[in-house]
Ligand binder design. Structure first.
Ligand SMILES: Nc1ncnc2c1ncn2[C@@H]1O[C@H](COP(=O)(O)OP(=O)(O)OP(=O)(O)O)[C@@H](O)[C@H]1O
Length: 642
């Protein structure tokens, strides 16, 4: 079915994938979403440069990384697996040796006498086989205990690093993409221990079987190896194709995943519908799906050819092995009994080699994702907010000394070097047009970012030398966009503070922002989950969420209280209440408020007007609005003239 969604200017084939919009009379055809490919380049270069030998080298590295992860989460289980692997290898060697001893006895002229002589060796073979299987089962149990622990630890490390990274990390080109690739690495960690165990078990079994095979006839091992080499190479090349497809689609999948949230969340459902955005967004999303799908399909054909070729060659080489065995027996170079043992040993070695090839390819594949994971961990690890050890007290004064800030991605400063002081007891209003640098100044003031020029001091402590967490202990921040945390109302107020048994301060904070009555009316009061998308959860209005963010900052009773447009979604009563509370709380702290509602600025002791990253004017509200040519005066007049 093809449905056309018309907004009067453009038409999109909204349901049919092939119906990429066609230009009719006049309206321009919408462009496909741009190719986003900042991160892929690095990986593709690495992939293209890597020879098979180099790629195979990744396997031991992946095994070592897995072993390290296993060791760090549960040493007991890691040792159990190792011991079981070795024991199962010993079991195989004992079993094969016992078979090689028993078979010549069984092929004598008198089978009865042969059996009587061979039974101890056969019994040893059976016990060794059973013990080997037991070891394998034990290793399996240990791996199952290890897998979820490795997965949680890998995921936790990733999430935690994100939370500890300097804000500038998010501005690094390709950061989100690399984060996504690392997430895939962390997700793959679920299977890591299992696959590593199967691979190493293959090695152990192979060594056992190869030792026995070589002792029977040196030629046998070479012939056996030949039968699995093609499959091994095929597996590695196929994994390489797979990873390249993954790598070529990661940016598209990443941006599609982000857009998916925007398209399905109730928060944007009104805007999307009422503004007839669905047609274009459907086209956009479909194009991304097609892009990913197309690249995956492109990889399917070479994948098929490689695996087919590898399997055919492997078949031919296996045939060759059987022919060689027959030739050796016919030429009298090998007895039938030894050939029989060789068959049993070659079965074991063949299975082991197959495991090595199969799981070697899997581990190689894991290795690529794991390297993404570890690279990202190292990258973000070096970007965590570890600045210095000074632990500043609640500041009496915050001083900017020629402090400026330039974002890494920008050539010009967002804030040119400025010098000014914020004092305890004062309410300071920051005013300025969009992009003037207010939020940037706030981030510097609270130590969220460090000045790229000059310095910011909390009393005598340069924030560049201070422990970031120790600084933030004294901060309460209401950012422009605060989190609608899918937690209970109680946690939404206390988040970031130690939990107390007494609810009185929580109700007090709710009361200060005019939310106490509403919270009382919620089905479970403070315990009500504030997330409509979760079963039993409740939703708040935009203004109510803002009130809760203010309550959270007030509950902290911080020495530095910073609010970035805290009342933009609030009604007049809420706004009045918040500013009244701020004034009441002001004597014990440094209060900084950013607001575009200039009537509120009156309550500030001091107004700082920023313009294009510079301080344009500073003083009391009344003085500034009455000054000729004042930007505040002009903005205020415009606000009155609305
Ligand atoms: N993460 C960032 N990376 C690069 N540039 C940024 C970043 N954040 C802000 N900027 C730029 O820095 C300048 C100052 O931005 P800032 O957010 O401080 O302005 P603002 O005064 O708070 O604006 P608004 O009133 O719109 O909130 C702007 O030019 C903005 O584009």
């Amino acid at each position: 079915m093809t449905e056309s969604v018309t907004d009067g200017r453009q038409e999109y084939g909204a349901e049919d994938a092939s119906a990429v919009p066609t230009a009719r009379q006049g309206p321009p055809r919408p462009a496909a979403p741009p190719e986003l490919d900042y991160n892929g380049r690095k990986h593709r270069r690495a992939m293209d440069n890597a020879s098979l030998v180099e790629m195979a080298r990744r396997i031991p590295r992946a095994l070592a990384q897995t072993a390290w992860l296993a060791w760090s989460v549960d040493r007991r289980m890691a040792i159990t697996i190792l011991v079981c692997q070795l024991m199962s290898g010993v079991g195989t060697a004992v079993m094969l040796t016992a078979v090689s001893k028993a078979l010549p006895l069984l092929t004598t002229a008198d089978p009865g006498a042969g059996l009587a002589q061979a039974w101890p060796a056969l019994a040893v073979a059976v016990v060794a086989l059973g013990a080997g299987s037991g070891m394998w089962i034990l290793a399996d149990w240990a791996t199952r205990r290890l897998n979820p622990k490795i997965a949680s630890a890998a995921d936790l490390a990733l999430v935690d690093l994100h939370m500890r990274a300097e804000l500038s990390a998010y501005d690094t080109p390709g950061f989100t993409d690399r984060g996504q690739a690392a997430e895939v690495g962390a997700m793959r960690a679920v299977d890591l221990a299992d696959d590593a165990k199967t691979l190493t078990n293959g090695f152990v079994q192979l060594v056992s079987a190869a030792t026995v095979l070589t002792s029977l006839h040196p030629l046998l091992l070479g012939v056996l190896l030949l039968s699995v080499v093609p499959r091994g190479l095929g597996g590695v090349v196929a994994a390489r194709i797979d990873y390249r497809v993954h790598d070529r689609t990661i940016s598209a999948r990443n941006v599609r995943g982000m857009m998916r949230w925007w398209l399905t969340t109730s928060e944007l459902a009104d805007e999307l519908r009422a503004n007839t955005m669905r047609g274009y967004l459907h086209f956009w999303y479909r194009t991304m799906c097609d892009r990913v799908e197309g690249r995956e399909l492109e990889g399917a054909r070479p994948y098929l050819w490689v695996t087919l070729l590898a399997a055919s060659l492997a078949g031919l080489f296996t045939l060759g092995m059987w022919a060689s065995l027959a030739a050796l027996v016919l030429a009298g170079s090998m007895t039938t009994a030894i050939a029989g043992t060789a068959i049993v040993a070659s079965q074991t070695a063949g299975r082991a080699l197959n495991s090595i090839v199969r799981y070697g390819a899997v581990m190689f594949h894991h290795g690529l994702y794991l390297s993404d994971y570890f690279d990202f961990i190292a990258e973000v690890g070096s970007m965590t907010a570890a600045r210095g050890s000074a632990r500043p007290k609640a500041p009496e004064k915050i001083r900017f000394e020629s402090a400026g800030f330039t974002y890494a991605s920008k050539g010009t400063p967002a804030l040119h070097p400025i010098s000014l002081t914020f004092e305890r007891g004062q309410v300071i209003a920051l005013v300025g047009e969009n992009g003037a640098g207010k939020s940037t100044l706030i981030r510097m003031l609270t130590g969220l970012t460090l000045a790229t020029e000059g310095a910011v001091y909390w009393d005598d402590t340069d924030l560049a030398t201070a422990d970031a967490e120790a600084v933030w202990q004294h901060v309460g921040l209401v950012p422009q966009k605060s989190g609608h945390w899918p937690l209970a109302a109680r946690e939404n107020i206390t988040l970031g503070q130690p939990r107390h048994h007494d609810d009185a301060p929580i109700w007090d904070a709710a009361d200060r922002v005019g939310m106490a009555d509403h919270v009382r009316e919620l089905p479970d009061g403070l315990d009500t989950l504030l997330a409509r998308s979760v079963w039993g959860g409740q939703e708040l209005s935009g203004g109510q969420w803002q009130r809760l963010a203010c309550a959270r900052a007030m509950y902290r009773r911080p020495a530095v209280l910073v609010l970035d447009e805290p009342t933009s979604e609030m009604d007049a009563r809420g706004e009045h209440l918040i500013f009244r509370e701020l004034r009441k709380m002001a004597p014990d702290r440094i209060t900084v408020v950013v607001t575009h509602r200039l009537d509120n600025v009156r309550m500030a002791d001091r107004v700082i007007v920023l313009d294009k990253g510079r301080i344009r004017e500073e003083g009391t509200f009344d003085d500034l609005v009455q000054t000729d040519g004042s930007l505040l005066g002009e903005l205020y007049a415009l606000a009155q003239d609305r």
